[in-house]
Design a protein around this ligand. Sequence first.
Ligand code: DOR
Ligand code: ZN
Length: 355
Amino acid sequence: MTPTPVPRISLRQPDDWHVHLRDGAMLQAVAPVTAAQFARAIMMPNLRPPITTVAAAIAYRQRIRATLPDGCGFTPLMTAYLTDTIDPAEIERGFAEGVWVAAKLYPAGATTNADSGVTAMARIEPVLAVMERIGMPLLIHGEVTDAEIDIFDREAVFIERVLAPLLVRHPGLKVVLEHITTSDAADFVRSGPANLAATITPHHLHINRNALFAGGLRPDFYCLPVAKRELHRLALRAAATSGNPKFFLGTDSAPHSREAKESDCGCAGIFNAPFAIESYAAVFEQEHALEKLEAFASEFGPRFYGLPLNTGTITLERRPRQVPAMLHLNDAAGTAVNLVPFHAGETLNWRLGHQ
Ligand code: DOR
Ligand code: ZN
């Protein structure tokens, strides 16, 4: 009897349009993980100190490359961190020199290392005007930070109070609303102009807010923007699998050490890089939309950014395997960094062919 062939699909190699690779020991541990999955990735600049100069971005890019094995074709795409006092000329120079491909807007205090973020949009109007003129994308953490706004409403309120007026003031600005979590965001992006797009994470496609409290407090499912109600998760699934080019892949993989996650003020972030494409494949299969995965993962992002599509391919095989409860990733000194991957202990049906 001939064995049944393992179902497999080939995809143009994907990119990750939103990832946190950190610095130092954590960078050493996690950069190769993202490089094993993706051809290119957008590096989030929320380091300590944040990446606010061209020189800092070049140095960070060098530290990222130094973690990768020889011959690794991975390309880190750098971003600038917008502050109230950032120099528009520096932003323009870094973009003209091809150092950074976008700038990131963190409302001050919105998330990890966002304390140097923007306190009022008026402060960055000159930078936004420059970015609009030169075609440099603005990547937005779309949450208001006002203490009186319920944490589950912060994205929707941001859209109404900040994003909608921003698009009126700068109709030509390319904007990516990052890691959307609500039906409000999906609707807003869908009905907005062509220069407005959104990234969607694997975790917001898999979990709703119940995951944070399933049988007890579950820090591994805590991220920002926080997961919302089931109706929002379903809206995100519909958006991601719709074939609409405004929605594309961005993992927001955000590793924090075990200790940092389990402290009395645990950090926000889900480490989904190790099984990211497998996680997306699970969603697309469940939604009977596997044929739409390639465009979401590998085409819509580069088209929006105006970058060439990758030419390589990856293969996904339908061979179920269990995700480890914990990963022990070595930094350069051989010290283990212990990280809980997204889907820990669960079985994922797809795996990258070369693994
Ligand atoms: O969950 C998150 N973690 N959301 C963010 O916006 C930042 C990220 C991080 O850097 O840890
Ligand atoms: Zn992020």
